[in-house]
Design a protein around this ligand. Structure first.
Ligand SMILES: Nc1ncnc2c1ncn2[C@@H]1O[C@H](COP(=O)(O)OP(=O)(O)OP(=O)(O)O)[C@@H](O)[C@H]1O
Length: 278
């Protein structure tokens, strides 16, 4: 069997089937169907407020589907008792835009933190595991530094090492490239691809960066207008004739992507209460 065949035959880590997601009576996204398999890097793209973060919240079970089903590791997230959901979440690494490192701990202890919290790993093994993960992000020799002593780009990489220290099967990245200089951006993209291949995990990234994500992704999904507008390989999307996709890829300000935030039922109620004109 080739690796491509192995990939296509393996069970999905994450499966969205006809999913609607939203908050209260406001539906952000409808009809989302998506399979993410081990070893895949999937880029989630879309305009501001299109629902990318909402999709991640659905994947971690933070919000439940308004309709349809979301399975992670083969389990229906809506049917799991809270304890079981917590166990599943331990198989996911989440990297938020603000890495939120502990400023009172050094680099090493920041990465060691999840191991100390969730495992009883002997100290010698823990030291080696943490150094290995720091090595994977190129920061082994920074282990002893305080967080105040490292740069913003380094802090991102420490947060990445911490997100992978429990060897998650699914890693969710919220805008991993935001605010990085072009070199750090390329390094981070290659790191995400390399870690996905090395750990055999799946990586889902929310990103606005067309160039870097197209360079490393197996699959790109574009959300907008309350649905999944397109999904396919970077090559498929680059060749698309669809206006929205073209506008998105080329970053043009004019086109079908709306500038105005759409009115929601909650806004209509608020406006009425305040006597504003629609
Ligand atoms: N906790 C919440 N309660 C109610 N509405 C929310 C909540 N979080 C997000 N929304 C709404 O859901 C919609 C999608 O937001 P989301 O954060 O998923 O967008 P996004 O694509 O990640 O945007 P951006 O790229 O600007 O971060 C927006 O209209 C937003 O106002």
């Amino acid at each position: 069997m080739t690796s491509a065949e192995a990939l296509s035959s393996s069970a999905p880590i994450l499966r969205f089937a006809g999913v609607s997601l939203g908050y209260g009576d406001f539906t952000v996204l409808r009809g989302i169907t998506l399979d993410i398999k081990p070893g895949q890097v999937v880029a989630m793209m879309g305009g501001s407020g299109s629902g990318k973060t909402t999709l991640l919240r659905g994947a971690t079970g933070q919000i439940t589907a308004q309709s349809g089903t979301i399975h992670a590791f083969g389990e229906d997230l809506a049917k799991l008792p809270p304890g079981r959901l917590r166990e599943l979440r331990q198989r996911m690494g989440v990297l938020f835009q603000q890495g939120a490192l502990f400023t009172d701990l050094n680099v090493f202890e920041n990465v060691a933190f999840p191991l100390r919290e969730h495992t009883r790993m002997p100290e010698a093994q823990l030291v080696q595991t943490v150094l290995d993960k720091l090595d994977a992000v190129g920061l082994k020799a920074a282990a002893h530094l305080r967080i105040a002593e490292i740069s913003g780009g380094m802090a991102r990489r420490v947060a990445l090492a911490r997100a992978i220290v429990l060897e998650p099967e699914l890693i969710l990245y919220d805008e991993p490239f935001a605010g990085l200089d072009p070199i750090s951006l390329g390094i981070t993209a290659q790191l995400i691809r390399g870690l996905t291949d090395r750990l055999g995990c799946a990586s889902v990234l929310i990103t606005h960066d067309v160039q870097e994500s197209f360079a490393i992704a197996d699959q790109v999904c574009i959300v907008g207008q309350g649905r999944m507008l397109a999904s396919g390989t970077p090559q498929d999307l680059a060749a698309s004739e669809n206006e929205y996709i073209r506008q998105f890829i080329n970053g043009r300000p004019d086109g079908p992507i709306a500038f105005h935030y759409p009115a929601t039922p909650a806004f209509e109620r608020w406006l009425k209460q305040h006597g504003g004109q629609p």
